[in-house]
Design a protein around this ligand. Sequence first.
Ligand code: ADP
Ligand code: MG
Length: 377
Amino acid sequence: MSCGVLPMHAAPDIAVEIVALTKQYALGMAPAVDQINLRIASGSYCCLLGPSGCGKSTTLRMIAGHESVTHGDILLHNRNITRLPAAARGTAMMFQSFALFPHLSALDNVAFSLKMKGVHKAERHRRAAALLERVAMGHLAQRKPGALSGGQQQRVALARALITEPKVLLLDEPLSALDPFLRVQMRAELRRWQKELGLTFIHVTHSQEEAMALADTMVVMNQGLIEQVGSPHQVYNFPANEFVARFMGGHNVLRSGAGLVAVRNDHMRIAPAQDAGASGLAARITDVEYQGTYVLLGLRLDDGADEASGMKQVAVLLHEADYLARPFEPGQPVQLSWDESHARALGTGAQRQAAQQPKAEPQPPRTRRDEPAPVAA
Ligand code: ADP
Ligand code: MG
């Protein structure tokens, strides 16, 4: 959604605005984060998503104040926090549960940062106990982390981050150390807490599945640039470019008369080659993977068809019932096609802007009027 099409009074309240934010760790190296612009709506769950090394953590650490900014600005509720120390920003980082102090009770873990601020014991315990109640951990306040389950530790870690009453909670791969079952459970909890607390969450993950499950808005990053901003539905159904389509998965990227298009695996049509009237790309089944609700077919396009499509490997996802009604075998020749209404035209992808010269005059930050940054609403 572009802010430009909305009347001014309908613009969402922006919690975090990032303007031309850049991080260059060393001169001569490509910036880890390259002049990115982003606006994150207040009270929303925003996921920064992208492959390892694309600059997600660097972006989050710059927002947190744990990493210096090379160029650009960070605004929190219209206050420029770019050069403020971490503790003065109104942000807090939720660290993974294994970062809890093992020798302290849940209560003292949560109260720890208040102790550092010199808050006296009765007051910090009162506030920590109230927060532990809030995350349904009040009855376990005296337990040490080692005597808590992974999920309970995660809640203590959340309470510990919330004790400073941040406006924005920052989470860097908070679920990656958990086993898959707990990860799915904790992801539902994070989502529920975010809604209950009404806080803005910015959550870094390399998992599309996690981002889709959690985010109001996903920000897809690649090599220090933002490729696409949108709701999970928008990004999955309308990938902006080839990178996003491939990174999100579940799509085939194919060449068509209209240029490159993405077609969802479950939107592909497949017919046995011998069927009368079968038309489209000739391919052969290479593997059949049973997934429960779905069956995933791997295919290799025949010579000629791969030239036309620009691809060799294609995947088709069938409902179990459709597959059972008409099973396919490895080695079987088939014809693939798709409905034009399911083909998403792909754009060229984010482009690096000209590098800012270290000696150049400092540039005024680009304002909303020059070029609207995408709104993460
Ligand atoms: P992500 O969190 O998306 O995996 P990072 O933000 O950690 O990516 O890293 C982005 C890029 O910056 C990578 O190329 C990484 O090697 C580099 N980088 C990260 N931290 C540092 C650092 N402290 N010094 C130098 N380079 C770094
Ligand atoms: Mg990271």
